[in-house]
Design a protein around this ligand. Structure first.
Ligand code: FAD
Length: 216
């Protein structure tokens, strides 16, 4: 895989050493997270809306109700900025000012394109479903025509994107290091809980099984 070109918009200026344009890193962050925030301006009003998404090669798909104001606005081809964030740790410093978070995040600039081709739309639905639990698409009933009609799917290419990654301990001032206060990193990970089957599981002898994505 290769590096994306840094553009005027994606050039990381603040802490540039934390920035990367490596496609593999960008994809791995996108594949691990669950939520993207879609930012756009509609008649001068900025909106930032959290949404599910899925990645396939060099694009992400978002979807929703065909009557959604958000998706209708976006499908008119307005510019979007999509961000995805994973928080890896709480960074506790000896001064309030130096507290931070360890993170991996991605910022994507682009345009949302309406997916109209039926086969492509179905593939986008597979990608969105399998992003939640890989392989789920093959196990469940797939969308029928009325469901597809009610769904708008948009695609955003990953041509102009940056990732930023913070790792490591707090960056305390030397003059604070002798203060007797705990400092360091509290790692945060997303762990699955025990699956809770709904009341219909088992009625037709379907065994409850461990469900989690990617063995995280
Ligand atoms: C969980 C989390 C918490 C944060 N908390 C704070 C905070 O409290 N205060 C604060 O100032 N900053 C915080 N940051 C960092 C913040 O995201 C910005 O990187 C930083 O504020 C600099 O913004 P800027 O617009 O001046 O950066 P610039 O370097 O001017 O941004 C230029 C370009 O760099 C890229 N870029 C910038 N930031 C990111 C990013 N995080 N991920 C991917 N690409 C990026 C984008 O393409 C952007 O357009 C946090 C980041 C994360 C992920």
């Amino acid at each position: 895989m290769s590096e994306l070109a840094a553009t005027e918009r994606t050039k990381v200026r603040r802490h540039p050493e934390r920035g990367t344009y490596d496609q593999e890193q960008i994809y791995s962050i996108l594949d691990e997270a669950y939520v993207c925030h879609v930012g756009f301006a509609d008649h001068g009003q900025p909106y930032v809306i959290p949404m599910a998404y899925g990645r396939s090669e060099n694009r992400i798909f978002i979807h929703g109700s065909a009557i959604s104001r958000l998706l209708t606005s976006l499908s008119a081809g307005i510019p979007v900025c999509v961000t995805v964030t994973i928080v890896d740790g709480l960074v506790l410093a000896r001064s309030a000012f130096r507290h931070s978070l360890n993170y991996r995040s991605v910022v994507v600039f682009g345009e949302a394109t309406l997916v109209t081709d039926p086969a492509e739309k179905m593939e986008a639905m597979r990608v969105l479903t399998d992003h939640i639990v890989p392989g789920r698409w093959e196990e469940v009933r797939q969308p029928n025509e009325p469901e597809l009609q009610k769904t708008t799917v948009l695609s955003i290419r990953l041509d102009e994107a940056s990732a930023k990654i913070r790792t490591g301990p707090p960056l305390d001032l030397d003059s604070d290091l002798s203060r007797q206060i705990w400092a360091g990193v509290i790692p945060l990970t997303m762990e699955p809980g025990e699956p809770k089957p709904d009341s219909h599981v088992g009625l037709d002898k379907i065994a409850t099984r461990q469900i989690w994505r990617r063995g995280l």
